[in-house]
Design a protein around this ligand. Structure first.
Ligand code: GDP
Ligand code: ZN
Length: 465
């Protein structure tokens, strides 16, 4: 892969017969020259930067008309990649964009690799690594809150904090190294200052680290399984929930015997809900498969909603099902409460659950068929996963697993510096760990990063990003 190539790719999602606009993007020294060979416009329109031109794409070999397009020219360095960028806004669907892309390739552009536009933006200093990663997060966001966290990072919020921390570490390093090199000429190191600076950097790193769990939830979402005996109202619950206006729903097909799942958003967290066929022993082969899969789904879930029938009450069968999932966090949904005396029943359940030794199982009374109890259920879910605040929070950045791993190394290295100081080791030892901390911060921002790390990050991007 050569950075001096001019690259081209389709920058928009394309699908047959869909979308009104599809964009082909060119970046590199030859972007304008290539565009000029295929895009024809009237003489009155000038090829000026940051202007739109209107015209036609023609195949230069055959003069065949390919599409009617808008062309956007962004001259270096005022572009995403800081190279000359040309965007051809074609008609949507597949055919127009594909053919325009092919012409660009025939004229000497190379097909961009996954994430190569973003990689160039990074290598040319337009964005740092945290910003590049946030582009990926923004495109993949499954809730408005996830998108907000990505935008905060894209705007450089995380980059700024890290730059500040790195600057502080570099300052401390300079002070120590000066004492190594010119010991006689300088006043002695102010140990109190040094240690409080190190503590401040460590504390700030911990603050950023604390956003990792939220980041994981926002990115990956939560898998919730609904389990329970047949006819307790699992499907009714999923249906009511999916149809509630708080949910963003994409229903995936499945049969009643199978696992059916829906994507919802609860308190900003993307939630994948799995309705499981009744967990029970059965002779029926098809049912057995369904049951096995639902058992699997329940056991792999982050949270289990165990539904029981409020009218029937807690049965031995319920206990058997509960035994299967009790290792997961479980919320007990007591359904069909419209049919029973509410107060009486709930007290009753709490007593019986204590008798069964189920401890402090959170309980939510519901009437799924009547859409009652969904708010309570959602509040209870957020409570169980300790994210009540996430919906209300002014959403800041939320770091990812890679960034978390690096920051943990920062914190460890800073702790090692403190140990070296406490043990009165020679100054050289202090600087070794301090350098390790600086390198780990640099790995997050990309200031000190290996090619293989870059490969890992950008290859997850799709082509055209
Ligand atoms: P599943 O087998 O656990 O998925 O149960 P379903 O959702 O298919 O519901 C079984 C039956 O219970 C259906 O006839 C539902 O209409 C009924 N049902 C579900 N939820 C409620 C509820 O909250 N109140 C009442 N009265 N009936 C319900
Ligand atoms: Zn069902």
């Amino acid at each position: 892969m050569s950075l001096s190539d001019t690259i081209a790719a389709i920058a928009t999602a394309i699908s047959p017969q869909q979308g009104s606009v599809g964009i082909v993007r060119l970046s590199g020294d030859r972007a304008v020259a290539i565009a000029k060979t295929i895009f024809k416009t009237s003489k009155r329109q000038k090829w000026q930067s940051h202007r739109l031109l209107y015209g036609y794409v023609r195949d230069p070999k055959t003069d065949c008309l390919i599409d009617e397009c808008l062309l956007l020219l962004m001259k270096a360095p005022r572009s995403f990649t800081r190279e000359d960028v040309v965007e051809l806004h074609c008609h949507g669907g597949i055919m127009a964009v594909q053919q325009v892309l092919n012409l660009c390739l025939e004229q000497g552009a190379r097909l961009a690799e996954a994430g190569e536009f973003s990689l160039r933006a990074f290598l040319h200093g337009r964005i740092d690594l945290t910003q590049a990663e946030s582009i990926h997060d923004l495109v993949g966001a499954k809730s408005p809150q996830a998108a907000q966290a990505a935008i905060a990072s894209l705007r450089g919020k995380l980059a700024q904090s890290l730059k500040y921390l790195r600057g502080k570490c570099l300052h401390i390093l300079t002070e120590i190294e000066a004492r190594i090199d010119f010991e006689e000429d300088l006043p002695p190191l102010d140990l109190g200052w040094l240690q409080s600076e190190l503590e401040a950097v460590a504390a700030e790193s911990q603050k950023i680290l604390a956003t990792a769990d939220r980041g994981e939830l926002l990115r990956m979402g939560l898998k919730v399984a609904i389990v329970g005996r047949p006819n307790v109202g699992k499907s009714s619950l999923l249906n009511a929930w999916s149809r509630s206006d708080r949910a963003i729903v994409t229903d995936l097909p499945g049969t009643t015997r199978d696992v059916v799942d829906s994507q919802l958003v609860v308190g900003g967290i993307p939630i994948q809900v799995l309705d499981t066929a009744g967990i029970r022993e059965t002779e029926d082969i098809v049912e057995q498969i369904g049951v096995a899969r639902s058992r699997q789904a329940a056991l792999s879930a982050d949270l289990v909603l165990m539904v029981i029938d409020g009218l029937v009450g807690w049965t031995e069968r319920d206990l058997e099902i509960f035994e299967l999932v009790r290792d997961r966090p479980v919320i007990l949904v007591v359904n069909k409460m419209d049919l029973v005396n509410y107060e009486l029943r709930i007290t009753n359940y709490e007593l019986r659950i204590m008798n069964y030794g189920l401890g402090q199982l959170p309980i939510v009374p519901m009437a799924a068929a009547l859409n009652q109890g969904l708010e309570d259920l959602e509040a209870k879910i957020l409570q169980v996963i300790h994210q009540e605040a996430i919906a209300a929070a002014d959403l800041d950045v939320a770091i990812n697993q890679r960034q978390k791993a690096c920051l943990l190394r920062v914190v460890q290295a800073l702790a090692n510096v403190q140990i070296a100081i406490a043990d009165q080791l020679p100054l050289d030892f202090w600087t070794i760990d301090l350098r390790a901390a600086i390198a780990a911060i640099g790995e997050i921002t990309g200031e000190e990063v290996t090619e293989s790390v870059l490969d890992q990050i950008f290859s997850r991007f799709c082509i055209g990003k």
